[in-house]
Design a protein around this ligand. Structure first.
Ligand code: SF4
Length: 366
């Protein structure tokens, strides 16, 4: 899997594009004018591994809150603004690290120029983001029935994005990030493929309005995963109707699945079958849940630990042995493995405790 080379754009101290790791971002679901509530949510996102956070800025009270929010968090802050250039100017003045703004929606060229000049002076990049649900009427009409095909929808998304991009380029502004999102996965993939041939700006990838987990997580993983596997994508947002921490967890798991992210606990458990004599599901669920703090810590430290929970002594030991720490349940006792060696046998009721204790111990020596 080779990542297509994109130019580098910086949002605060986070690089997007080039050789920079694919970053994880999310968006708050609080009122941005509620500073303490928004900061609290951003801190939980940060702890979960979010590397850039976006907040909606629907009014001036929200725009004026941005500086205080920015100074209370440790990751770059992006302001999401539509239509009102005064909100964009205030967001820049408040010190945001990135704007999500479609310049064509500001309509008045003088207002666009004021925002773009302020962003340029402050070193603030702009993400142009188009969604299939808000394609302009003229673009829809031009593509007619074709818009119902992946290629037609992809072309329409790119055409719409290029209108905004060209406005920025005409003002000699090139700190641009691009997103082209649809609920439809093939259309989204096609749009990014077409855009990647036309411009080299970093790509923010995601599936918009994906819905509620688990279906939304699967849809996002398929779409984002397919793009990343094609070498397309510099920053990822998973959009879920759920706690935004879940968005971050899903995004990180997508990156880990493609070996694009190191660090953290890789958790393996077997699906169970007729050979399993233990009620394995609650053990696996408990172990995964209780390993979350260790997962967060190892992820921050960039260290990896593989943990396996297996249901029998037929196939289980193989996986358990290959993990750093593993357990394979037998008819009466479970074999606990550390780095490929059985260290002891434990009763089924002690599987979770024994495995977690060994995982903590091994992680301390990594
Ligand atoms: Fe079945 Fe054992 Fe494989 Fe689990 S590890 S699915 S119990 S054969």
């Amino acid at each position: 899997m080779v990542r297509k080379p994109r130019r580098v754009v910086r949002a605060g101290d986070l690089a997007l594009g080039g050789d920079a790791p694919v970053s994880v971002q999310s968006m708050t679901k609080t009122a941005t004018s509620d500073v303490s509530g928004t900061v609290a949510q951003i801190r939980t996102l940060e702890a979960a591994g979010c590397e850039l956070v976006r907040v909606g800025v629907p009014d001036m009270a929200s725009a004026r809150a941005l500086g205080e929010i920015r100074s209370a968090i440790g990751i770059p802050l992006a302001a999401d603004i539509h239509f009102d250039h005064r909100l964009a100017l205030e967001a820049i003045a408040q010190g945001v690290d990135k704007l999500r703004l479609n310049p064509g929606n500001l309509e008045d060229p003088a207002k666009v120029r004021a925002v773009v000049e302020a962003a340029g002076e402050a070193g603030v990049p702009i993400r142009v983001g188009v969604n299939s649900g808000s394609l302009p009427h003229d673009v829809r009409q031009r593509h007619g029935a074709d818009i119902r095909t992946a290629d037609g929808a992809g072309q329409a998304l790119v055409e719409s994005a290029l209108k905004h991009i060209v406005i920025l380029e005409d003002l000699e502004f090139d700190a641009i990030v691009v997103s082209l999102k649809s609920f439809d996965v093939p259309s989204t993939i096609r749009a990014y493929e077409i855009m990647a041939e036309q411009r080299d700006y970093p790509l923010h990838v995601g599936i918009t309005e994906a819905g509620v987990p688990p279906a939304a997580s699967i849809r996002s993983a398929v779409g984002i995963g397919a793009l990343l596997a094609r070498g397309l994508g510099d920053t990822v947002r998973v959009s879920l109707t759920a706690d935004p921490v879940e968005e971050v967890r899903v995004a990180i798991e997508i990156l880990r699945s493609l070996n694009l992210r190191a660090g953290g606990v890789t958790f393996i458990s077997c699906p169970t079958c007729a050979r399993c004599h233990t009620d394995l599901r609650p053990v696996a669920v408990e172990v995964e849940e209780r390993l979350r703090p260790l997962d967060d810590r190892l992820r921050r430290e960039g260290r990896d630990l593989r943990v396996a929970v297996m249901g029998c002594e037929v196939n289980g030991p193989g996986e358990a042995r290959e993990a750093d720490v593993g357990i394979a349940a037998g008819p009466k006792t479970a074999a606990l493995f550390v780095r490929g060696e059985v260290v002891r046998h434990v009763p089924p009721a002690e599987m979770a405790d024994a495995l977690i204790a060994e995982a903590e111990r091994v992680a301390a020596d990594l």
